[in-house]
Write a protein that binds this ligand. Structure first.
Ligand code: KG4
Ligand code: ZN
Length: 338
């Protein structure tokens, strides 16, 4: 069975061809990242325009690389939320038109669920219940997955963890996206140099990242000096990056392990852009081993937004009997498990 996956939820335009849910024949990604850099974040209008300009080209390239024609496609899987309305509409309209032309089914998938499904391409799916940790630029979610149903255990009450990385990097004078930059710098700093207070949360599995961002802002202001501004010292930047990263990663790891223990889950599945983080990968693997929990991370090639993970999620849902209708609309605020 050949599934075409289409992803246009934010600044990437991607199409992938997936064979039988486990073999990626192509995964073509066109990013508008460079166009957003001067603005320090994603500009929705630029993102959706880029998706519109690229979608047909990316689709044709994906077919060519996979050595298939449009007649070989059996299923179309497309992101319908969450994300930017304009970008989502491009992929969804394209998918509907193609499904109509080829007279094949299409399935609208949740982008967040797809980030977790990136783990299951060519790898076994955990047999029992598993905990999902979704850490991206727009979301931070802890979920429990049992026989196809999804329970949300906790979310961020303010910024997403990737967003916090991006904002802190901006405060320190680095470019966008800040996550990979801070990750690299943190490896050279002393993670015990600065201490941050733990935020108070309403729910046991909720997160909050706006407090640590403000704490970093105060530290930067103190160091720059108000009367006579001076550039930030290299050692200060490295130590602050390391301390910030260690704190944030520890919060994520503690809650994820706690959720596994509460739900008696033997597997923990991570996904989303921040699951590329080197410290998160190391600490989560280390801590989970103490409780005999298996940790799953997507391969680095599938961590960021891509069509292959969308194809995989659509394939899973199609096998469970899901089909979407022509009335499916883009859902920018779609929640996981909805
Ligand atoms: O999942 P994603 O590609 O887009 C969304 O769906 O939001 O995630 C992008 C986010 C950005 O905030 C970026 O800074 C962060 O993932 N990111 C990282 C790393 N690589 C990407 N954050 C921390 N460490 C990294 N190595
Ligand atoms: Zn994403």
């Amino acid at each position: 069975m050949i599934t075409l996956g289409i992803e246009t939820s934010c600044d990437e335009t991607s199409c992938a061809v997936l064979e039988n849910g486990f073999r990626i024949r192509s995964n073509v990604i066109s990013s508008s990242l460079l166009r957003h850099r001067p603005f320090g974040g994603v500009v929705p209008e630029i993102a959706s325009r880029h998706c519109l300009e690229q979608i047909d080209f990316v689709f044709r390239a994906a077919l060519r690389k996979a050595r298939v024609t449009r007649k070989d496609l059996d299923l179309i899987s497309v992101t319908y939320g969450p994300g930017l309305a304009g970008s989502l509409l491009v992929g969804l309209s394209f998918a509907k038109a193609l499904a109509y032309e080829l007279k094949i089914p299409f399935v609208g998938v949740n982008h967040l669920e797809a980030h977790l499904s990136a783990n299951f391409i060519g790898r076994p799916v955990p047999e029992g219940p598993f905990i999902g940790l979704i850490v991206s630029g727009g979301h931070t979610e802890l979920t429990c997955h049992r026989k196809g149903s999804i329970e949300v255990l906790g979310s961020t009450v303010d910024d997403a963890v990737g967003e916090c990385y991006d904002k802190v990097a901006k405060l320190l004078g680095f470019g966008y996206p800040g996550g990979p930059i801070l990750d690299r710098l943190a490896q050279k700093g002393n993670s015990k140099a600065f201490r941050f207070t733990r935020p108070k949360q309403s729910g046991r599995f909720d997160f909050s990242f706006s407090g640590i961002k403000t704490a970093v802002l105060h530290l930067v202001k103190e160091n720059v000096g108000v009367r006579s501004p001076r550039p930030l010292h290299r050692r200060f930047l490295l130590n602050l990056s390391a301390s910030f990263q260690e704190t944030v990663v520890r919060w994520l790891v503690e809650k994820s392990i706690d959720a596994c223990r509460m739900k008696k889950a033997k597997d923990l599945v991570a996904g989303g852009g921040v699951s590329a983080n080197s410290r998160l990968r190391a600490l989560l693997t280390e801590e989970a081993a103490l409780y005999k929990i298996n940790v799953h991370f997507p391969p680095l090639s599938l961590v960021l937004d891509n069509g292959a993970m969308i194809a995989r999620r659509g394939f899973e849902q199609f096998k469970q009997g899901r089909r979407s209708g022509w009335n499916l609309s883009a859902r920018p605020g779609l929640r996981i498990g909805e």
